[in-house]
Design a protein around this ligand. Structure first.
Ligand SMILES: Cc1cc2nc3c(=O)[nH]c(=O)nc-3n(C[C@H](O)[C@H](O)[C@H](O)COP(=O)(O)OP(=O)(O)OC[C@H]3O[C@@H](n4cnc5c(N)ncnc54)[C@H](O)[C@@H]3O)c2cc1C
Length: 194
């Protein structure tokens, strides 16, 4: 076993080699050949649990962005009074709001036994990318301070990068979403998910 060091440190992400293992039929979970299906059933809710933590992180980053912008005076006004900075706040607030609604809706579908694959992919991709963008904007508004390790932002940014890879890289979710959109259109003439 090797605990793989990541750009954000070691977190027990291990490579494990399994050799000559035999599992008796009585110990099998689900049916033969259905392991991937079982994994997918677990991954839907698990991806939303990631999203909930990422929303918390993104909200903290936006709070830090606003806090810095209202106290830092530069080039004749507070940062919060500059339109370029306000747009960063507005984009972050809108993306965060959409992130919350997407997670709520996907959770509603899972809870009510409705098909949820498309909505979970929407949410996972959107929240992972929102997290990255909001923390990056917070770093930008903090200037050199944001790049330093004097605030938690540098560490948050490094942690956030994994969100676009783990539990399906961005492109895999985009591929799934596109496949669902195409098949919905072919079957119903609409791109709405069922
Ligand atoms: C910190 C961390 C924690 C993780 N935790 C888990 C976990 O708990 N459970 C788990 O199952 N996995 C976990 N993963 C694994 C993660 O899901 C995989 O790393 C991810 O699916 C990418 O697979 P790969 O690393 O083999 O990259 P590859 O398959 O080699 O892909 C590399 C890149 O190629 C691109 N790519 C790949 N396929 C396509 C395609 N079809 N179309 C377009 N572009 C494509 C993507 O940009 C992708 O990032 C974790 C990864 C990290 C970094």
């Amino acid at each position: 076993m090797r605990d793989v060091e990541t750009m954000a440190g070691g977190h027990n992400h291990c490579e494990i080699r399994i050799t000559d293992m035999r599992v008796p039929g009585s110990q099998m979970l689900g049916g033969r050949g259905e392991g991937h299906l079982l994994g997918q059933a677990r991954l839907g809710p698990a991806r939303l649990a990631h999203c909930m933590r990422w929303i918390g992180q993104a909200e903290t980053a936006l709070e830090m962005l606003v806090s810095r912008a209202i106290e830092r005076y530069s080039h004749g006004s507070y940062l919060a009074e500059k339109q370029g900075i306000q747009w960063m706040m507005a984009d972050s607030a809108m993306e965060l709001y959409a992130a919350k609604l997407m997670v709520l809706h996907a959770a509603y579908k899972i809870e009510n036994g409705l098909p949820f694959r498309q909505e979970v992919s929407f949410a996972k991709h959107h929240v992972a990318n929102t997290l990255w963008r909001v923390i990056d904007r917070a770093v930008q508004v903090h200037g050199a301070l944001g790049y330093s390790t004097d605030t938690p932002l540098a560490n948050m940014l490094k942690q956030a990068r994994f969100a676009r890879l783990a539990d399906g890289a961005d492109e895999i979710h985009q591929m799934t979403i596109a496949k669902n959109v195409i098949s919905a259109y072919k079957e119903t003439g609409s791109v709405r998910s069922r």
